[in-house]
Design a binder for this molecule. Structure first.
Ligand code: AHM
Ligand code: MG
Length: 334
């Protein structure tokens, strides 16, 4: 019979000795927050949690009640533990400082508390995305520069998928590992050790309703993915509109997700720090690649907290094809 391994035991046994302690406990904290958010999302149709909170977030979007709940919960789970020097959330305009009365730690947490907000009220999968950096200057309490680090410097990243079951997938650099929440035990159990992107891709994922707003290179890329060219790969299409769910499916089945620039979204939609960066770290560790169409996402130096970035992520050869078409387009324009 195969072994039953809880996330606690896995984290403990798989951290290098120097990281045992603070860092291990930080991952426990995130797992705890994930369990609480899972409980809430599972009751979404039952409790008074559905619908808009009436607030507009920093991106000018309406926040859902669950977004607000998840954002506040992660802050409350993490701000007093002495493990973090600063946090940043997609839902907040500024960095989240650790209150003076609490000890500060040496790690930085960036998170998108509940991604896929258009799917919250319609019982479709949503997710939480997180990344962990080391604080740049341990002498100081956290500052903006601690948060504005390239994804290559992440020490851990992961996501929680609130789907038919709840899964937590993370990497500390050495493999990508997935855990499924056993709701009766209240424990995440190791279900997907060492996740590797299949060599043969199955799906492409994009919101094709925006096709007319894309540049000719993106349109050509789409036609290539759809099988319209002699060297097209044999792919099928899937798009949920929740990045975590689309990413997770493609990680298991192989494929590419992209969210390009558009006439009215000149920098794309997705956020570098909270969405593209952590997922780029994971896809890299699973054997794939993420790009903004020109530069590896891992190498982009963030300049703003809520910076947006075009994203192409998945099997390396599929992402490279997008880069090639976009570069050809640039050269013609130059
Ligand atoms: P959000 O942070 O407001 O939830 O937006 C991010 C989401 C992603 O999960 C998803 O990939 C994308 O927005 C879908 O956007 P669209 O509805 O334009 O296809
Ligand atoms: Mg988001």
């Amino acid at each position: 019979m195969s072994k039953i391994v809880t996330i606690e035991r896995f984290i403990l046994e798989n951290q290098p000795a120097h990281a045992r302690g603070t860092f291990t406990n930080l991952l426990y904290d995130i797992a705890l927050a994930a369990k609480i958010i899972a409980t809430k999302t599972n009751r979404a149709g039952l409790s008074d949690i559905l619908g808009r909170a009436g607030n507009v977030n920093v991106q000018g979007e309406h926040q859902q009640k669950l977004d607000v709940f998840a954002d506040d919960l992660i802050r409350r789970v993490c701000d007093h533990t002495g493990r973090l020097c600063v946090m940043a959330s997609e839902e907040r305009e500024d960095i989240i400082e650790i209150p003076e009365q609490f000890e500060k730690g040496s790690y930085v947490l960036v998170y998108d508390p509940l991604d896929g907000s258009s799917n919250i009220d319609v019982n479709v999968s949503i997710g939480t995305i997180f990344g962990v950096y080391r604080c740049i200057d341990k002498a100081n309490r956290g500052r903006l520069e601690d948060v504005l680090q390239p994804a290559r410097d992440l020490v851990a990243a992961g996501y929680v998928l609130f789907g038919a079951s709840t899964m937590l997938v993370y990497s500390t650099g050495d493999g990508v590992h997935g855990f499924t929440l056993d709701i009766e035990l209240g424990e995440f159990l190791l279900s997907h050790p060492h996740m590797i992107l299949p060599e043969k891709p199955t799906y492409f994922s994009v919101n094709s309703a925006y096709y007319q707003r894309w540049s000719p290179a993106n349109q050509r890329y789409m036609r290539w993915l759809q099988g319209g060219e002699p060297d097209s790969p044999p792919l099928s299409a899937r798009y949920i509109g929740s990045l975590v769910a689309d990413f997770h499916r493609n990680l298991l089945r192989g494929g590419v997700f992209f969210y390009p620039t558009e006439a009215n979204k000149p920098r794309g939609k997705l956020r570098l720090l909270y969405e593209a960066g952590p997922l780029a770290f994971l896809i890299d560790r699973a054997g794939g690649y993420a790009s903004d169409g020109c530069t590896p996402i891992l190498d982009i130096d963030p300049t703003e907290l809520h910076q947006r970035v075009p994203l192409y992520i998945g099997n390396t050869d599929l992402v490279r094809r997008a880069e090639q078409l976009l570069q050809e387009e640039e050269m013609v324009a130059a």
